[in-house]
Design a protein around this ligand. Structure first.
Ligand code: ADP
Ligand code: MG
Length: 149
């Protein structure tokens, strides 16, 4: 189980809402800046949050993005209601996408979102339940850690 977080806040995301797509990532960025976190931590989390948010907009019905602040890391959980991801290994490969032509016309669908989230975070986990939804959990450490091993 997680230790108690110092602070947590939940943000709703609506599927198909391209108008507001990216707003949650922007609001979370402001929150992280208020907390006085290092620029690189904010940058990496903002990339991950934007990609996760846009995946909900494009592929799911709705979601909540929850930010949990711990003394030494920021954890984010994005729990959506939607189709789920049929083949996670496939979806995690760079360039793999089921984006429609309309999504590509908006500049999305390069198939780099999930790999980018993984690359920018210290912990990353994706779970999917077909017909129910997808849960992403990722975290970025806020204090330097000694290398393991
Ligand atoms: N929340 C989600 N619900 C359902 N499918 C998803 C979700 N997120 C990602 N996917 C699937 O994984 C694929 C790869 O996602 P991603 O790497 O972000 O690339 P892109 O968004 O450019 O397609 C998507 O095309 C989609 O098929
Ligand atoms: Mg994406």
């Amino acid at each position: 189980m997680d230790r108690d977080s110092l602070y947590r806040e939940t943000f709703p995301i609506k599927g198909d809402d391209f108008e507001r797509g990216g707003e949650v990532a922007t609001r979370v960025k402001a929150l992280l800046q208020q907390l006085g976190l290092p620029r690189d931590v904010i940058r990496r989390l903002s990339i991950a949050n934007f990609e996760a948010e846009m995946n909900v907009v494009m592929y799911a019905r709705e979601a909540t993005l929850e930010v949990l602040v711990f003394p030494d890391l920021i954890r984010v959980q994005v729990v959506d209601r939607g189709p789920g991801i049929a083949d996670i290994d496939w979806a995690m490969q760079e360039g793999h996408s089921t984006a429609t032509e309309a999504m590509r016309a908006r500049g999305f669908g390069a198939g780099l979102g999930l790999p980018n989230i993984q690359r920018n975070t210290d912990e990353f986990e994706v779970k999917s339940d077909a017909g129910v939804g997808t849960t992403l959990r990722y975290a970025v450490h806020t204090t330097p850690r000694p290398k393991e091993g």
